[in-house]
Design a protein around this ligand. Sequence first.
Ligand SMILES: NC(=O)c1ccc[n+]([C@@H]2O[C@H](COP(=O)([O-])OP(=O)(O)OC[C@H]3O[C@@H](n4cnc5c(N)ncnc54)[C@H](OP(=O)(O)O)[C@@H]3O)[C@@H](O)[C@H]2O)c1
Length: 304
Amino acid sequence: MVIAGGTGFLGSCLIDAFKKENWDLHVLTRGASEQKGGVNFVHWNGASISDWARSLEGADAVINLNGKSVDCRYTSKNKALIYSTRLDATHAIGKAIQQCQTPPAVWINASSATIYRHSVVQPMDEYTGEIGSGFSVDVCLKWEAAFNSFKLPSTRKIALRTGIVFGKLGGPLSPLVWLAKLGVGGHQGNGSQYFSWLHAKDFCEIVKFAIENKTMSGAFNATSPTPIPNKQLMKELRAVLRIPFGVPLPKWLLELGAIFIRTETELVLKSRYVIPRKLEEAGYTFQFRTIREALNDLVGRSTQ
Ligand SMILES: NC(=O)c1ccc[n+]([C@@H]2O[C@H](COP(=O)([O-])OP(=O)(O)OC[C@H]3O[C@@H](n4cnc5c(N)ncnc54)[C@H](OP(=O)(O)O)[C@@H]3O)[C@@H](O)[C@H]2O)c1
């Protein structure tokens, strides 16, 4: 398995999960080529083809997670990097696959559940979900367009429109736990915005399912089947952490705070009401269907 951008949060989750199953793992990174912890790290620049392309020869699966984090201020420089690190890597991998004698059996490319419009009423699935507008949506559209531009007869292609992944190795759950512990873990904004989450174990299982299930191709929502409003998420988090109260954070305060911590409020205020219709139709069984189960597993008393 080749994981591009596999040194980050999701890549580390996949490495942990697939190591246990004795996969031969290769990670494409801007860092040095080296063998470490049973993983073969291969240097690339995420944009042009060089020696790294040989790693794809005969691979069972290629997973592309490359991309500058969207957890930053959307300055013109950061926006350009958010686009280029996703689009250039996708193009480079597609071209490398075209040059393979034995192309990879499956190519899974990251995308995001944020491709759908802000919605608090209508759940968005892959058939009837409405695509949104604005910067983050445009990133996803161009990312998927780059991916779809490659017609690869011997390689099955899947775009994972992933929700916000909660895991133990850091990632987006950490700042929410931190806010709750500081006593400011009430709802954010008006709290009605939906939060489409996914447990990291399910993310890894979905990748495994997509590799094994040869009928799967195209775009799939990788989110839990039970998205919840932000108000409920924060209530459940406080309950699991046994924190009796949490001061809510209004939009104006979030906007001020976001400037200081160099992020954007869209990440918590956009209503992502997304459901995994196609994954469930394909027969995927979620390990964590409710937020309470997921939070108990990740930050519950017995896990600390
Ligand atoms: N985490 C989520 O909840 C979530 C949800 C939906 C979609 N996604 C998407 O899934 C992908 C992986 O997410 P993640 O959370 O694992 O991301 P991450 O922790 O930020 O890791 C992404 C990797 O991209 C590489 N990269 C290449 N150019 C970069 C640059 N200029 N700045 C920073 N990193 C750069 C880095 O690898 P090297 O330094 O080794 O080159 C980094 O480890 C991303 O494209 C993200 O948008 C994530």
